[in-house]
Design a protein around this ligand. Sequence first.
Ligand SMILES: Cc1cc2nc3c(=O)[nH]c(=O)nc-3n(C[C@H](O)[C@H](O)[C@H](O)COP(=O)(O)O)c2cc1C
Length: 194
Amino acid sequence: MDLKGKKVGIALTGSFCTYEKIFAELERLVEAGAEVFTIFSDASQRISSRFGKPEEFLAKAEEITGRKPILTIEQAEPIGPTGYLDALVIFPCTGNTCAKLANGITDTPVLMAAKAHLRNGKPLVISISTNDALGMNMKNIGLLLNAKHVFFVPFGQDAPVKKPNSLIAHTGRLIPTLEAALDGEQYQPILESF
Ligand SMILES: Cc1cc2nc3c(=O)[nH]c(=O)nc-3n(C[C@H](O)[C@H](O)[C@H](O)COP(=O)(O)O)c2cc1C
């Protein structure tokens, strides 16, 4: 399904090393005609790192989308009753958010958005980025792979020798993954090496 005119939520969590690629995809989404709403987890609003400062990321999100980011659970909650998003992407999704989502925990703006959106039976796309994906988080990824209305951006092992449990999504596949998810389909192949 074409993204033109579609309302897409992009929920950022604290995998800061991916943010450069994430913002490049945000620009592509806007160019494709999507109306983009960003949502930031508490960690992503708070942590400064060698990858940048939160205030810079928030300003960049507003500049690209033309909208102020959603920053609180209260601001994210209306996604449920008003149902205004056609699709929501957790982009990037940390191990922390993956584990909480799979276990029904709703204590950040991103998790509130996901819970609110899923109640409407619309597609939730996950773009995994975590060093423990093939370790402690494998069971949670398995639960989400088997959950209704949940789709994954294709992922692979980014550094199998140095980080044997790490999986990272191919963020450049966001648009085709979203188009397929809007049709209720998982974009394939879901496993893709780097
Ligand atoms: C510089 C830096 C980079 C990080 N990168 C990742 C990452 O790629 N994947 C991940 O799962 N956690 C990463 N973390 C840890 C998360 O930010 C941390 O677990 C946080 O609690 C996530 O909260 P959130 O899921 O609500 O955003 C990183 C932390 C820092 C400080």
